[in-house]
Design a protein around this ligand. Structure first.
Ligand SMILES: NC(=O)c1ccc[n+]([C@@H]2O[C@H](COP(=O)([O-])OP(=O)(O)OC[C@H]3O[C@@H](n4cnc5c(N)ncnc54)[C@H](O)[C@@H]3O)[C@@H](O)[C@H]2O)c1
Length: 179
C-alpha cells in the first residue's frame, strides 16, 4: 500500500473510532472487495483487526487493489461470483460451493456490482444478476449466520442533486420526483 493510501486508511480509522465504531475481532464478508469501495473497506477492516473475507469475481475489480493484503493473517480472498450460491461453515451443499473452514460471519457488506453507467449498457445481465441473485445469496449468508447486512445501493437514489449537495452530507434527503 502506498504512503498516501495508508494515511487515508489511518484517517478513516481515526474518524470511525471517534464514533466508537470498531470492527475488531468481527468476521466481515465484503462482496466486491477488490473494487473501488470494497478494497478501501478491506484495508480499513484488516488494519482495524477484523477478519476480512474479500469475495470478488474480478469482473470490474483488480487483484492489485488487494494484493498487498494477501499475506495478512486476517485477510482471505475468495474468487467467486456472488450470483452463484456459496455456503460458509458447511463442507457440502447440493446447491453451491462450500467454504467449510469459516464457520462464523458477523457482517456481510454487499458491494459486488459494476457501478459505471457505461458498464450498465455493456453488461446488463451480469449486473442484474449481481443485484438480484447476488443480493439474495448475500442475504442467505446473513440469515444463516444471524449477521448484519450492509448494502451500498447507488447514489442514483438521490436523484439529480443541486451543487450544494455535492459532496453529499448524511442529512441530504434527495431530489427525486416520486409522482
Ligand atoms: N463509487 C461510488 O461512489 C458509489 C456510490 C454509491 C454506491 N456505490 C455502489 O457500491 C458498489 C461498488 O461500487 P464501486 O464503485 O466500488 O464499483 P467497482 O466496480 O469498483 O467494484 C465492484 C466490485 O464488485 C465485483 N463484482 C461485480 N460483480 C460481481 C459478482 N457477481 N460477484 C462477485 N464480485 C462481483 C467487481 O469485480 C468489483 O471488484 C456498487 O453497487 C455501486 O453502485 C458506489
Amino acid at each position: 500500500m502506498n504512503y498516501e493510501i495508508s494515511q487515508d486508511v489511518e484517517e478513516i480509522i481515526n474518524r470511525i473510532e471517534k464514533e466508537n465504531i470498531s470492527f475488531r475481532d468481527k468476521t466481515v464478508l465484503v462482496t466486491g472487495g477488490a473494487g473501488f469501495l470494497g478494497s478501501w473497506t478491506c484495508d480499513v477492516l484488516v488494519k482495524q483487526g477484523a477478519y476480512c473475507i474479500c469475495l470478488d469475481n474480478l469482473s470490474s475489480g483488480r487483484f492489485e487493489n488487494i494484493s498487498h493484503l494477501m499475506d495478512k493473517k486476517n485477510f482471505r480472498f475468495i474468487n467467486h461470483d456472488i450470483s452463484e450460491p456459496i455456503f460458509f461453515g458447511l463442507t457440502h451443499h447440493p446447491r453451491g460451493i462450500c467454504i467449510g473452514d469459516i464457520s462464523r460471519i458477523d457482517i456481510v457488506m454487499h458491494m459486488a456490482s459494476r457501478a459505471s453507467p457505461f458498464e450498465f449498457k455493456k453488461y446488463p445481465i451480469p449486473i442484474l444478476k449481481s443485484n438480484t441473485l447476488g443480493t439474495m445469496n448475500a442475504l442467505g449468508i446473513v440469515k444463516a449466520h444471524n449477521a448484519l447486512f450492509f448494502y451500498t445501493s447507488t447514489s442514483e437514489v438521490y436523484g439529480n442533486p443541486p451543487d450544494t449537495a455535492v459532496p453529499t452530507p448524511e442529512t441530504y434527503f434527495g431530489h427525486v420526483n416520486l409522482v
